[in-house]
Ligand binder design. Sequence first.
Ligand code: CA
Length: 234
Amino acid sequence: MIQNKYKILLVEDEDNIRNLVATMLDTAGYQTILADSCTAAKTLYVSYLPDLIILDLGLPDLDGLHLLDFVRKDSLTPIIVLSARADEADKVGALDRGANDYITKPFGSGELLARVRAVLRNNRFSAQEGRLPGGRFLLKDLEIDYDGRRVLLKNQEIKLTQTEYNIMALLSENCGKMMTYAAIIKAIWGGSAQEGSIKKLQVNMANIRKKLGDKPGEINYIVNELGVGYRLNG
Ligand code: CA
């Protein structure tokens, strides 16, 4: 097992879940820092500056969203929200306030570790690429030339409309992050997510996915979480 040095702050008040997740992370070679309340998590975040935070929303002292806001005031430290809540509105709310991804309880070790790896990798990746002028974005066979406003797949240019290109550029700049309908709509068209604008987004996304050759049941570039949003997979 390769030991890595990533520090993960795990914020969860239920002892059995916290111990279980800590064991999963320890076994995978991560260094875990444990907190059972929002207040404890704030102190530990400031002292350790972890590489990733796994955050339960239902905490005994304050809502987990409080920590999310606290961290996002001055940091892009990736945050995966751990939620027992089945309600899509809670997930969307956490994503729109800056969470990178979420995972719904109960979950297995494989699923959790896959999310952790993806978020850590994409965070490093986007830090290198970002919005550099003349920058290029590369993901498997997909390439985006930001200056030329072109998208290429296996070195072949894909003909996108202006709107489709803008969506691809936005998703690539947030690679690996689950982008909510509202976040995409606001960035592309301005305004809020209403039935009409969500339909318009879905039509554009369907066209993009067709052009990228994404097929259901295969490993695709774009993942759609129904009722929540879209993620470009890193
Ligand atoms: Ca809880």
